[in-house]
Design a protein around this ligand. Structure first.
Ligand code: NDP
Length: 427
């Protein structure tokens, strides 16, 4: 890949973009044809994926550029309906690449399965029995899914939690099993194992099993991305690098202490994360649920990322969240566009996908905070919003760009103005 292939990528036509990816050897000819075709799922596949299928719902897939992650360059597939997301991610990644790129750190990839019990007659005795029989619990769990054990994964740790009774709930005893799901997201693997151990756990505790299922609060599958940006790369218009750094740090502190801001701050991070999770064929609700639970781990909902001053005065950013995404399993293997996304990323493992996703989240956050503390978020947004308005007004082909450019010059950008601009152009 050379940068020349991608210069002013956003100004190219779709055909030119696909050609640029081909010329840069990021994609092969078969994938170029797939992109030209704009193909939907086959009816048979769509009908097989969900119940009561009627039609398909399309969203655009684009590519974010300039990502340098752990010294490797990535062209990142993103599926989103929000106009500014890919532009913001690419712009941020370009700055961060000049600063050495993202570095990532990943924990083990373990999922947690829960068996929740109630009506335990003797809690101390139940806990003792569970402790004494941990190995049997693990063996029963692994026997329920021997193929994951054969591959080198499986259940390997058991923990217990008691949740005291409140005025609204009884005492719960919860058995947690940690399971290495290797390259899968693991929901089905974990659920199978949990259901298989439920009756044995009931026998051990004399309690009643309420449910057996994985937890989407995947605290044993965390991904962190960091970056460090010198002041010279933070200068923007009339703003000095130092001013941008200090304001971004304050914006980060604000999001840490104020849940109203933290929610929007994290929504911006999820703009990037969801888009890649979706493109990769993974379960974005699982990632959303885990991310927001992690943001509230201190008891207060807080920002997922932190921006601070490095010892040498640079701006230092870091983002951590649970990222139990799969490289296999679910619909990944059967969805042709998810397969394309893996090829576009030259992806080799679920861990590598985690590194890409968490880096995109940090890039998105950098772009949003930098815009917020400098020119404001609307300038960039409205530029892209103008195109959407032009299309809504009925513009097509070259008219879209023309109407959008005229719209950007107006004080009030709305559909009515877009329609009247289009009328002027046409008449
Ligand atoms: P699958 O049920 O598709 O399981 C993945 C399978 O891939 C494994 O059973 C394994 O089968 C096979 N496999 C092949 N190679 C590997 C490898 N290297 N590492 C691991 N597995 C491998 O998917 P998951 O269990 O991952 O579950 C994900 C799906 O579950 C998603 O669609 C999700 O939406 C859904 N789901 C989510 C829930 C939640 O989040 N709460 C709840 C229920 C479902 P084998 O070893 O036998 O070949």
């Amino acid at each position: 890949m050379t940068h020349s292939h991608f210069s002013e990528f956003y100004k190219k036509t779709k055909v030119e973009r696909i050609k640029a990816l081909l010329d840069a050897r990021v994609i092969q000819i078969e994938d170029a044809l797939l992109l030209f075709e704009n193909s939907q799922l086959t009816d048979q596949l769509a009908n097989h994926m969900i119940e009561n299928q009627l039609t398909q719902y399309s969203l655009p897939l684009g590519v974010a550029l300039h990502f340098l992650i752990d010294n490797q360059t990535y062209q990142v597939p993103m599926v989103t309906e929000e106009p500014s997301v890919i532009a913001a991610a690419s712009a941020a990644a370009k700055v961060i690449a000049q600063a050495g790129g993202f570095k990532t750190h990943l924990s083990e990839r373990k999922m947690i399965g829960q068996v929740a019990l109630k009506d335990i007659p003797d809690l101390a005795h139940a806990l003792e029995e569970l402790s004494l029989n941990k190995e049997i619990i693990l063996k029963k769990a692994n026997n329920a899914h021997p193929s994951i054990v054969k591959r080198g994964g499986g259940a390997d740790e058991v923990e217990f939690r008691t949740i005291p009774a409140t005025e609204h709930s009884p005492t719960f005893l919860v058995v947690h099993v940690h399971i290495d799901v290797l390259e899968a997201m693991g929901a089905n693997i974990v659920n199978t194992m949990m259901e298989a151990i439920a009756s044995y756990i009931e026998t051990l505790t004399d309690g009643k099993v309420l449910m057996s299922i994985l937890s989407n609060y995947a605290t044993e599958c965390l991904a962190t991305a960091t970056c460090q940006i010198p002041l010279s790369l933070l200068e923007r218009g009339d703003y000095l690098g130092e001013e941008v750094r200090d304001a971004m740090i304050e914006a980060s502190q604000f999001a840490y202490v104020d849940p109203y801001r933290a929610t929007t701050h994290n929504k911006g991070i999820m703009n990037g994360i969801d888009a890649v999770v979706l493109a990769s064929g993974n379960d974005w609700r699982a990632i959303e649920a885990g991310a927001h639970a992690y943001a509230a781990r201190s008891g207060q909902y807080r920002s997922l990322s932190i921006w601070e001053k490095a010892d040498n005065g640079d701006l230092k950013g870091s983002l951590t969240l649970p990222l139990p995404v799969g490289f296999v399993g679910g619909s990944i293997g059967i969805h042709p566009t998810a397969q394309f996304s893996q090829r576009l990323l030259s992806l080799k493992s679920a861990k590598e996908l985690e590194s890409v996703i968490v880096s995109v989240g940090l890039a998105q956050n950098f772009a949003a905070l930098r815009a917020l503390v400098t020119e404001g978020i609307q300038k960039g947004h409205m530029g892209l919003q103008a195109k959407s308005l032009a299309i809504s007004a009925g513009a097509s082909g070259n008219e879209i760009e023309h109407v959008a450019n005229e719209l950007k010059k107006q004080t009030h950008m709305n559909l009515e103005t877009a329609i009247s601009i289009l009328d002027t152009i046409k008449n």
